[in-house]
Structures are given as structure tokens and as C-alpha cells.
Design a protein around this ligand. Sequence first.
Ligand SMILES: [Zn+2]
Length: 435
Amino acid sequence: MTLSSTHPRDQIAAIMTRIYRNGLTTLSGGNLSIRDDDGGLWITPAGLGVTPTGIDKGRLRPEDVVRMRADGSVKGAQRPSSEVPFHRAITDRRPDVRAVVHAHPAALVSFSLVHRVPEVRITPQVFQVSGPVGLAAYALPGSAELGEKIAAQFGEGFNNVILENHGVVCGGPDLLTAFQRLEALEYAARIEIKARGLGEVKTLSDAQLACLETGEPLAEVRPDAPDEAESALRRQMVEIMQRGCARQLFTSSQGVISARLGGDRFLITPSGRDREDLGEEDIVRIDSGRREAGKSPSRAARLHRAVYAVNPDVNSVVSGQPVYATAYAVSTTRFDTRTIPESYTLLAEVPLLPFEMPYREPEAAARCLSIRQPVVMVENDGVIAVGRSILQAFDRLEVAETSARALIETAALGEPKPIQPSDLEQLTTRFVPHL
Ligand SMILES: [Zn+2]
């Protein structure tokens, strides 16, 4: 069952809990709503910001969600969020917006403090999921004036609005879409903040974004039922995807895992699906370049097929846009792996591939990856890692992110001192032959 097919109360409880769990809001700061066909509004209850005995929105229960009728009256014990005025103003102005999410995630709050919007051309995923961002001037929280200022930005066509000295509001045709816009935007803001600490930030041109559109969908093939080994791989892919989300390497809208089945056959995660909510049946089998009928594989499927074709000992490919490693991928500063033995031996020198290469020349991109060269960065995209197993490829992604984080945070302490060339040679001789 998909989220959007459940009752609005259940959707709001599920997404509120997730926003809090994923560190996208404080208990007092998040509120969500869904408009129903009768003009009523399902909305989170007033939280701890108003009274010390308010609802714990980190564990919001469906029965805590308030329904406000079209005339503004409310039935039941709970009071609605104090931000009701802007939720109603947005959905009045934009009837296509049926769900609204508001929160105070730290990186977007930073942008709100300088009265600027984050750069959405930072990665294709952010550009496609979130889209352009408006800016609303400061007004008193809970006031009709704030509602008017935000609704005016939605009226201009924006689905995301930064509120000066406050936070962010995202809308969408359903609650999952609105949530994914907020989540992708907060990741974009985190990446941009880290990348600005490194130097200049690159953004994607229209021509670069257009290259994502190229390519016909793969032909379909009707699959036979998965055998025991394939079922086990599907289970592991789902489990590792969830682990990656919990560790903030993936989000609901970014992260790809594939695993070789043998011959010219592999499994890959689907395109456009909520990563935290994947089931084994959502995984797509690719057989000789043809996709399992009725399913839509990640657009990285062609690249992954090429990686398996040129690397007989690679059995898994994992890619993602974790904040710190992606900060290097969008900046002009090179990622240096000569930090600690783990990073240097496991990652080697991490090359930076041009943005277009994985789409336009998947074979050439595939030749940049091997067991000895298991990680590459793609300009304005993220990190691709390979391994002999799913866990090994996932580990390389995690090592890349942790190494990038250590380097970026070192800047507050002083100039990092790389491992010396003679020590690197010793490391290479001792460990690399065993990889
Ligand atoms: Zn707020």
C-alpha cells in the first residue's frame, strides 16, 4: 500500500514522525496539512511551542491529527497548529496544491537568516524533485499577513518558499511530494553550505540538465519468478537502502543500488520511488539490457550494465549524493584521500568525472571504475562506488562520505597534513594486493 492511498490522518502522522526522525525539524517547529475534497483541512495539532503539555509531534498518532472544516470550525479535543492561516492561504490560492509541509531544518534556516534561497541547480535530483524556490518577507508567525506573503509566492508558481528569519514551506499535489521537496531542498542547502566552505560552487546549465532527458526507455521482458538467490539479493538491497537512509547517505528521492545476478543480468532499484519504503517486489531485473515488464528502473541502469560488462569481479554498484562527498562534487576543490590509511587504501585516488559522462558515454565512465578504483565522483551529481558485494560497495560509499566530512570539518582546526608519499607507498604494497 502506498502512502497516498492511506487516510490523511495516517499520512500526516507517518510523515511528521519521519520529518522529526530524519532531523528535519524540532518538536515545536513542524506542521503539515492535507486539503480534502470538501474544502476541509487535516492538520497537525498545536505543539510544544504554545503550551508545555502540547502533543509530542515526534510520535504523532493519527488520532491527534485535527480536521478543520471549510468554515474554520474544529471538532475534537486538539487545537490545530497555530500556522493554520498560511496552510489555508496556500491551498486557497493554488487549488493544485493539496498538501503543505512547513519546518525549520537547520540549513534552510541558515538561508532564511541571510534572506536567500538555496541553489537548486546544484544536482539534477534537487532540480527535478524540488524545483525553483521563492522568498517571503518576514511576518509574525501565525498571522494572516504571513499567510498572504507565502501564498503570493505560491501564486507566482513556486512550490517551495523560504520564509525570512523563520524556515521553509513546500507544497505539492500530495503529502509525499511536498515532503520530498522539503527533504531535497534541505540536502541542497547542506551541500551548498559545505561546498561554499571549500571554494567556488558549480551549477548545472540548461544544456547539462537536458542530457538527462536523452535515451529511450529500455525494452521490456516478461520475467520468470525469482529463484532463492535472487530473492535473497532483493531482500539485501531493500535492507541496505533502508540502512543508507538511516545513515543519511540516501534520502527518500536519491540513492541507487544494483547487484549482479550472473551473465548479462542484474537487479537495480526503481526510478522515482520512495527509498525508505521500497519492497522486494519494487526491485527491477535487467536481463540483456531489457527491463522487467511494467517496472521503471533507475536511469543509471545503462551505466550499471556497462560497469558489469567491463568488470567481471564487480558484483554491485551503489551511488548516492551524501552531503559532504557531494560538496566536493559541486565545488572546484579536489577531494584528497591521503588522510587516513582506511580512506587511501579503500578509495585510492578518487577521479572526478564530467557531469555528462555517465549519461552520454556510460562505457567510458564504466572503465573509470574497478575493484582497485572503486569510487568516482561525478561533477554536480555525487558518488558512484563498486564492490565485490553489495556490502562492500556500500562501505566504499560510506568511507567516501566519512572521509569528506573529516576533511571539511578539519578546516575549523587548521591545515590538514596528508600522509607522506613514502608512507602511501608502504600502504599500497601492504593492503592493495588484498583488495
Ligand atoms: Zn514555523
